[in-house]
Ligand binder design. Structure first.
Ligand code: C2E
Ligand code: MG
Ligand code: MG
Ligand code: MG
Length: 293
C-alpha cells in the first residue's frame, strides 16, 4: 500500500511539474505580444511619511491583463520576461507609462512626488540603459529627480567596474536609487559606501515579524540605524498593521508602504485614494513619545 501511495504521489508530483512547465511556456508565448497588444497595466501604491502619513512617493507595479487568464501577477511573469529577454521591452514600457502617468497627475493638481520604478538585473546590465532612461525622461518632460529606480541587492552587490560606472551614470542623470528588498541579498555592505544610493527598502519579510519575532525586530532596527549613520533614507514595505507602523515610527523609519495605507490600485483609482488617505486619522497609532535623535 505504501508503495502504491508513493507511486501515486510521484505521479501527482510530476503531473503538477508538467502543468507548471506548460504554463510557463504558455506565458512566454503570449508575453511576447503583451506590450504590443496593450495588455500590460500599471498599478500604483502610495508611499507615505511615517509620522505625518502624507504622500511622499508612488511605486509603479506592473500587471498583465491576459484575455483568458485575467490579471497575472508580476511574480509570475517578470522572471519569465527576464529569462526570455522580453524584460527590456516591458521595462521600457513601464518607464514611459509610469512617467507619463506622474506627469498627468501633476497636471491634474495632485501632490508632486517621485515615481518609483523597479529595475531588473537584466535591464541594469543592458548597455543602452542610460540612453533608455534619458529618452524616457525627455519624452515625459519629467525632471530626473522625479524618477526613483528600485534595484535589488543582487544588482548593486556585484562588485565590478561595470556596476560602478553604471551606477555613477545613473546618478549623473539625476535619478534617485533605492535598494529594494534590502536585507535579503548578500551580506557585504561595502557597496553602500561605494555606490551612492539614496534609500533602503526594508524587505517585507522582516516587517512581518515586527512585534512577534525579536530577530526581525533586531534586523529592522539595525537597518534603520545603519541607514541613518550613512545618511540614507529608509522605507518599510509590506506594512499591514498599526502595530508594525508603531514599531517603525518609534525606531525612526522614514517612510511606509503597505496595505495598512493602501494596496496598489489602478491609475484611475489613485486620486480618490489620496482623498481618502488624507481623511484617515491615524494619530492614535502614533508613537506615544516622540522619536529621539
Ligand atoms: P517589490 O518591488 O518588492 O514590490 C512589493 C510587492 O509587495 C508588490 O507585489 C506589492 O503589491 C506587495 N505589497 C505591497 N504592500 C504589501 C503589504 O502590505 N502586504 C503584502 N503581503 N504585500 C504587499 P507585486 O505587485 O505582486 O510585485 C511583486 C514583485 O514583482 C515586485 O516586488 C517586483 O520585484 C516585481 N515587479 C513588479 N513590477 C515590476 C516592474 O515594472 N518591473 C520589474 N522589473 N519588476 C517588477
Ligand atoms: Mg519595488
Ligand atoms: Mg520590495
Ligand atoms: Mg519584494
Amino acid at each position: 500500500l505504501a508503495k502504491r501511495e508513493g507511486r501515486n504521489t510521484m505521479r501527482l508530483f510530476s503531473l503538477r511539474m508538467q502543468q507548471q512547465v506548460q504554463e510557463t511556456l504558455a506565458i512566454a508565448r503570449d508575453l511576447r505580444w503583451a506590450v504590443e497588444r496593450r495588455q500590460l497595466v500599471l498599478h500604483y501604491q502610495p508611499q507615505v511619511d511615517a509620522l505625518t502619513h502624507r504622500l511622499v512617493g508612488v511605486e509603479a507595479l506592473v500587471r498583465w491583463q491576459h484575455p483568458q487568464w485575467g490579471l497575472v501577477s508580476p511574480a509570475r511573469f517578470i522572471p519569465i520576461a527576464e529569462d526570455t529577454g522580453l524584460i527590456q521591452e516591458i521595462g521600457t514600457w513601464v518607464l514611459h507609462e509610469a512617467l507619463r502617468q506622474n506627469g498627468a497627475w501633476q497636471a491634474a493638481g495632485l501632490p508632486i512626488v517621485p515615481m518609483a520604478v523597479n529595475l531588473s538585473v537584466a535591464q541594469f546590465r543592458h548597455p543602452l540603459l542610460h540612453g533608455t532612461l534619458a529618452e524616457a525622461l525627455r519624452h515625459s518632460g519629467q525632471p530626473a529627480h522625479m524618477l526613483e529606480l528600485e534595484l535589488t541587492e543582487s544588482v548593486a552587490m556585484e562588485d565590478s567596474d561595470f556596476t560602478v560606472t553604471t551606477i555613477a551614470g545613473l546618478k549623473q542623470l539625476g535619478v534617485s536609487l533605492s535598494i529594494d528588498d534590502f536585507g535579503t541579498g548578500y551580506s557585504s555592505l561595502s557597496y553602500l559606501k561605494r555606490f551612492k544610493v539614496d534609500k533602503l527598502k526594508i524587505d517585507q519579510s522582516f516587517v512581518r515579524g515586527l512585534n512577534r519575532d525579536p530577530q526581525d525586530e533586531a534586523i529592522v532596527d539595525t537597518v534603520i540605524s545603519l541607514a541613518r549613520s550613512l545618511g540614507l533614507r529608509t522605507i518599510a514595505e509590506g506594512v499591514e498593521t498599526s502595530d508594525q507602523l508603531q514599531f517603525l515610527q518609534q525606531h525612526g523609519c522614514d517612510e511606509i508602504q503597505g496595505y495598512l495605507f493602501s494596496r496598489p490600485v489602478p491609475a484611475d483609482a489613485f486620486p480618490e485614494l489620496l482623498r481618502s488617505l488624507s481623511g484617515i486619522d491615524r494619530v492614535t497609532t502614533m508613537a506615544p513619545h516622540p522619536v529621539s535623535c
